[in-house]
Design a protein around this ligand. Structure first.
Ligand code: ADP
Ligand code: MG
Length: 236
């Protein structure tokens, strides 16, 4: 059985259809890439899966449990974590405190929450920033901090929205390494990414959106040779 099942999901804002009849699945431990031009509806779909928007139509289940239309907190408790396209770190807090805000969802004891947060900082290769304010970190480091914070809620699936955008090649490699480590832990990843050299080599499956519609789905190899995808997205 698939972990995440998105079935015939549509999301409309008044007369604007941001997602139309989108269906796909993410298997347990899979890395799935969600690609498509700007305005295709990728972030909107993330918002539907993470409870920030209720789908106008369709169903979303996680491990067989309905999560469509639940609040962000209920989705988080069900096992969905996400990062935002604009990294929302608490810049005046230390890296450790940032991750603790999420760890405290499970652990009220401050010392134990701090120990958990430190483990995730080590995981994201950020332990040197534990006691330094987030504003002292580069964009690349802040994106990994957002990932560490999302992981601290112990998700079954992590949704990452353009965590590789604007990074240099060595920073992209570091981000890719973290994604691979997340999968090793058995956590599924659904990744919106324009940096195709980051996502294509590691994705088990790619879903392509264009103007709200799913126009293709398959292995990275299948999708990159699909003529519809090339004219909608890869060609430009
Ligand atoms: N809260 C909103 N209210 C109205 N329109 C929105 C809202 N969020 C997104 N949209 C519109 O939905 C479409 C898809 O946007 P988005 O999901 O952000 O695309 P992507 O992430 O693929 O660039 C765009 O036309 C955008 O303007
Ligand atoms: Mg977006």
């Amino acid at each position: 059985m698939s972990l995440l099942q998105v079935t015939n999901v549509s999301k409309r804002f008044g007369g604007l259809t941001a997602n139309q009849d989108v269906t796909f699945t993410v298997g347990a431990g899979q890395i799935v890439g969600l690609i498509g031009p700007n305005g295709a509806g990728k972030t909107t779909l993330f918002n539907c899966v993470a409870g920030f928007y209720a789908p106008t139509e369709g169903a979303i289940t996680l491990a067989g449990v309905n999560i469509g239309g639940l609040s962000p907190e209920a989705c988080a408790r069900a096992g969905v974590a996400r990062t935002f396209q604009i990294a929302r770190t608490f810049t005046s807090m230390t890296a450790c405190e940032n991750v603790m805000t999420a760890a405290m969802l499970h652990e009220r004891h401050v010392g134990r929450a701090r120990a958990m947060a430190l483990e995730w900082l080590v995981f994201a290769n950020l332990e040197r920033f534990a006691d330094r304010p987030a504003h002292s970190m580069t964009i690349s480091e802040q994106r990994r901090l957002a990932v560490a914070r999302a992981l601290a809620i112990r998700p079954k699936i992590l949704l990452m929205d353009e965590v590789m955008a604007g990074l240099n090649p060595s920073e992209v490699r570091e981000a890719v390494d973290v994604v691979l480590k997340i999968r090793e832990r058995g956590i599924s990843c659904l990744i919106v990414e324009h940096v195709l050299e980051g996502i294509m080599p590691i994705a088990d499956k790619i879903v392509v959106l264009d103007r709200g519609l799913k126009i293709a789905e398959g292995t990275p190899q299948q999708v990159s040779s699909d003529s519809v995808v090339i004219s909608a997205y890869l060609g430009d």
